[in-house]
Write a protein that binds this ligand. Structure first.
Ligand code: ADP
Ligand code: TZD
Length: 579
């Protein structure tokens, strides 16, 4: 049994020893004891009572239609609050449904704990055929940061503490906590089961002074320096330190998609509009909470300068050197690292050369002008293209800088990322590291629940379908979420020819606005940009759940969006090599 020393724990443990409790109650108490305020899940055997007890105890329980969406919601809650989101699932298939989200959260470095009921161990382990039988711990383990099982009711406090600590400390990730039905039902003296409140769940990690000086020396000698901010930098909540460092050094920066808004997109040092040039030319690149994975072309030429030297700020040392050698590793949390850099930097020592600033500025101006012309040409297109609808959305969002933006799809993602500017940190949530579809409404629900701010989910029509049933959840909880479906009638595009009388593999067809009205929300079909803007303005003003189905030209967009090159080439149907 765990001993505890905080006053809160003493109060919990000091109850009369004859008082009885059980696994369900203890689990909820353990979560409350560690400041869990919200839980996302789908109920059923054996965890229905856990949800009921949680709700009665003051934890907000949000009931979903599918565990994957509940898991994505918990993951987004983790990213947005810096505390692990909690997802509750039933055993077997419910557990498996949640696992995609748990693995995705691990990949994205979001802290989350999936707590799942599980079937009778004595039957599962001999594969005798139990209700929802599966060896959940073994299945989860390779996909998550850690997987634990509680085998005795008196270990629940310890297990919850361990799961939360693991999810949120170091590089955050997904933790699986298996609680067999027998443990949930086990009755025990309340006095025999102590709770554990974890102290300093994600301790600061400071870099060594010599590592800081090494990085500073590299920046001082750089001719064409560049900073890349990733979602790890956004997660670190070091907004002020990062802004001060960027502004006092004058370094040009590029935000990755979920780091948009960490500094406003219209910041004069942002070189997002000159991205290709910046990557190709930079000679010293400082990565802050961003990995050199496929999203950054693995740091390789020709996209990157073959002679570039890297400074990498990351909380996880195993991330370094995987793709390009790191000349100046800075291992620690981004807040502590940036503070150390600022403290040890002599004023004026880092100065960005004029030639580099001017080269970037000229390219930014050129590309911004080119984009403005594209937008102008698309502004009144009929039928609407992606850019037509997105301009209308951009105009409205300009007056709502605190609205959260959730974004998924292929073309819907690529266009919206470029068109929708962000001005506030951690207000954009998207497909992330895996390029996963299905995060949309789960992320949107969590953003609304955790922050109370309005949420606008900009969805491709295929992407929306993955979590579309959660529209009912949004309506049931009266959440201020506006879902905008950029409906071009298909995966990628809506104009593929079919080889048979069946629809083409990419074809889709629906009036999504009717779903919203079916669930008691506002539904609207928009065919012009004025209608899109008016419907969005109304929905944001009223704060009621709404869906705007935007009729987009089926011919707009490209196969796989910006990722066409990742499709295998092979031969055409006529046996020719694909170009
Ligand atoms: P992006 O997709 O935006 O480029 P990635 O998800 O690839 O970002 O990278 C995020 C990185 O941030 C991960 O390597 C993770 O270890 C790191 N990270 C997470 N939290 C912190 C933190 N508090 N401080 C520094 N690095 C962090
Ligand atoms: N399944 C999952 C879980 N993730 C995926 N990324 C895919 C399938 C494949 N996929 C993409 O990569 S994008 C996409 C799918 C199905 C949908 C694209 O169509 P859309 O967006 O309607 O959402 P656009 O704007 O029409 O391109």
């Amino acid at each position: 049994m765990t001993t505890v020393s905080t006053p809160e724990t003493a109060r919990v443990s000091a109850r009369a020893p004859q008082e009885l409790t059980d696994g369900c109650h203890l689990l909820v108490e353990a979560l409350r004891h560690n400041d869990v305020r919200t839980m996302y899940g789908v109920v059923g055997i054996p965890i229905t009572d856990v949800a009921r007890i949680a709700q009665a105890s003051g934890i907000r329980y949000i009931g979903f239609r599918h565990e994957s969406d509940a898991g994505h919601a918990a993951a987004a809650a983790g990213f947005l609050t810096g505390r692990p989101g909690i997802c509750l699932t039933v055993s077997g298939p419910g557990f498996l449904n949640g696992l995609v989200a748990l693995a995705n959260a691990t990949t994205n470095c979001f802290p989350v704990v999936q707590i799942s009921g599980s079937s009778d161990r004595r039957i599962v382990d001999l594969q005798r055929g139990d209700y929802e039988e599966i060896d959940q711990l073994a299945v989860a383990r390779p996909l998550v940061k850690a997987a634990y099982r509680v085998d005795r009711v008196e270990d629940i406090g310890r297990a919850v503490a361990r799961a939360i600590r693991t999810a949120v400390s170091g590089r955050p990730g997904g933790v699986y906590l298996d609680v067999p039905a027998a443990v949930l039902g086990e009755v025990v003296d309340a006095g025999a089961a102590s709770l554990q409140r974890i102290v300093d769940p994600a301790p600061r990690q400071l870099p060594a002074p010599e590592a800081v000086d090494r990085a500073l020396d590299l920046l001082v000698g750089a001719k064409r320096p560049l900073v890349i901010l990733g979602k790890g930098a956004a997660y670190a909540r070091a907004d002020e330190q990062i802004r001060e460092f960027i502004e006092t050094t004058g370094l040009p920066f590029l935000p990755m998609s979920m780091a948009k808004g960490l500094l406003p997109d219209d910041h004069p040092q942002s070189v997002a509009a000159a991205r290709s040039l910046a990557l190709r030319e930079a000679d010293v690149v400082m990565l802050v909470g961003a990995r050199l994975n496929w999203l950054l072309g693995h740091g390789e030429p020709p996209q990157w300068n073959p002679d570039a030297q890297f400074i990498q700020v990351d909380i996880d040392p195993t991330e370094l050197d995987g793709n390009r050698p790191v000349t100046a590793p800075l291992v620690g949390d981004a807040g502590s690292v940036i503070r150390a850099l600022t403290e040890r930097m002599e004023p004026g020592r880092i100065a960005v050369r004029r030639a580099w600033r001017e080269e970037l500025a000229a390219r930014c101006a050129q590309n911004t002008e080119r984009m403005a012309r594209r937008l102008e040409a698309a502004a009144t297109a009929q039928p609407m293209g992606f850019l037509t609808a997105l301009q209308a959305i951009r105009e409205v969002l300009h007056d709502h800088p605190h609205a959260y933006v959730v974004n998924e799809g292929a073309n819907a993602l690529d266009f919206a990322r470029n068109v929708l500017d962000m001005r506030v940190p951690r207000h954009r949530l998207d497909c992330g590291t895996w390029g996963i579809m299905g995060i949309g409404l789960g992320y949107a629900i969590a953003a609304a629940v955790e922050t109370g701010e309005p949420v606008v989910a900009v969805e491709g029509d295929s992407a929306f379908g993955f979590s579309g049933m959660e529209l009912e959840t949004i309506c049931r909880y009266h959440l201020p979420v506006v879902t905008i479906v950029l409906n071009n009638g298909g995966v990628y595009r809506g104009d593929d020819a079919s080889a048979t009388s069946d629809p083409a593999p990419t074809a889709l067809k629906a009036r999504y606005d009717l779903m919203a009205t079916a669930f008691g929300g506002q539904g609207c079909r928009a065919t012009t940009p004025d209608q899109v803007a008016a419907a969005l303005r109304d929905a944001l003003a009223s704060g009621v759940p709404a869906l705007i189905d935007c009729a987009i030209d089926p011919c707009d967009g490209t196969e796989s969006g910006h990722l066409t090159n990742l499709n295998p080439k092979g031969v055409t149907n006529a046996g020719q090599r694909t170009a």
